[in-house]
Design a protein around this ligand. Structure first.
Ligand code: NAP
Length: 335
């Protein structure tokens, strides 16, 4: 059994689909409030829990041999923040995995953790990486740079508003990667000896500047390359201005400044040789990422793709879990 955390996320969804497509048993750790049911058609099992709740994490790991940890906080909420989830939640997960006798953990971190940058997302990811390396578990740490989907998000704003702020430094070299390719890399990491107990920076097959990645995303999707530059210094200043509204916008600005200004280029040929997976060429990935949105981002896709076929499974230990921990049940059928 493979436990996938962050299964409802943009990357996690792809991971569940890839693992299930090769017939592996998958259990998704999902929050009760998550929109998990678009994974129903995969036949993956669900466990309802939360990385901030150690008891639920321990139970989710019962009979689990491998963990693929793809959780993360993109925009912090009052109590769901980088410290509680990306750092403490990950550490809880790794300790519990060790106790449960898990063989191998694939942890999705991010490029930039190795730099001395103190942005909260990166310090949290670094703490998680250190805990995993020191845990005695078998591990693979994947450190992707920017996802192709990030540029698709920006292009959608151009479609909606006619223009967008391009964060970071347009000259930064990056190798944008499609989340499906990261999912294939996670699958390879469960299997390949060369990927045991290593931290690898990962990316897509082509290296380009942030400015070019955005321009190509717009071009292949028939949009103008219309943007205003939002350099890291300006981003950070805006984050500071937003401070009275809460730290989350400041932290988000810090994360964007690192993501879009920290060089994260990789050698595509080296990636292909190491992982042995077919990578999606950037223009193709750009087309797919722009049209094939995550259901949470597209009401039309949501109606078309959300599958209510069956409520697959809830794993619980009778007498240990309370009635409130159980899901309310499947959503109403719409098809
Ligand atoms: N976007 C990028 O360019 C990029 C680049 C490098 C690395 N990464 C890393 O890649 C990973 C996946 O990114 P993504 O874009 O797929 O993120 P995402 O779409 O925001 O998904 C995050 C996932 O984490 C889950 N999660 C959040 N808080 C949780 C909690 N308290 N307990 C359990 N699960 C929780 C979310 O569940 P809910 O559905 O319940 O919210 C969701 O499934 C992250 O670790 C991210 O840092 C991203």
């Amino acid at each position: 059994m493979i436990l996938v955390t962050g299964a409802t996320g943009r990357l996690g969804t792809q991971i569940v689909r890839v693992l299930r497509s090769v017939g592996l048993d998958v259990r998704c750790l999902v929050r009760k409030g998550s929109e998990y049911y678009w994974l129903n058609d995969t036949g993956a099992a669900y466990f309802f829990g939360d990385l901030r709740d150690p008891a639920s994490v321990g139970r989710a790991l019962r009979d689990v041999r491998y963990v693929v940890a793809a959780h993360g906080v993109r925009v912090e909420r009052t109590d769901n923040d980088h410290k509680r989830v990306d750092a403490d939640g990950s550490i809880t997960l790794f300790h519990a995995a060790k106790e449960r006798g898990v063989e191998h953990v694939v942890y999705v971190s991010c490029a930039g953790v190795e730099s001395a940058d103190q942005a909260p997302l990166f310090t949290a990811k670094r703490a998680a990486e250190e805990a995993l390396v020191g845990s005695g578990l078998g591990y693979t740490i994947l450190r992707p740079g920017l996802y192709v989907q990030n540029f698709a998000d920006l292009a959608r704003r151009v479609e909606r508003n006619g223009n967008v702020f391009l964060p970071g430094d347009a000259a930064t070299l990056v190798s944008p990667v499609h989340t499906r390719d990261v999912a294939l890399m996670a699958l390879a990491a469960l299997d390949l000896p060369a990927l045991r107990n290593v931290a690898v920076r990962v990316g897509g097959p082509e290296t380009m500047t942030v400015g070019d990645a955005f321009a190509r995303m717009c071009r292949v999707n028939g949009l103008p390359d219309a943007h205003w530059a939002l350099p890291p210094a300006a981003l950070r200043a805006l984050g500071k201005l937003a401070r009275p509204a809460g730290r989350r916008w400041r932290n988000r600005a810090e994360a964007l400044a690192v993501h879009y200004a920290h060089p994260s280029a990789v050698d595509g040929a080296e990636m292909a040789a190491l992982f042995g997976v077919p990578f999606t060429a950037y223009d193709e990935a750009a087309r797919v990422a722009f049209t094939d949105r995550h259901p949470s981002e597209d009401p039309t896709a949501r109606d078309e793709k959300v599958v209510h076929r069956q409520f697959t499974a809830t794993i619980y230990e009778p007498g240990v879990i309370s009635w409130d921990d159980l899901p309310a049940g499947p959503p109403p059928r719409r098809d």
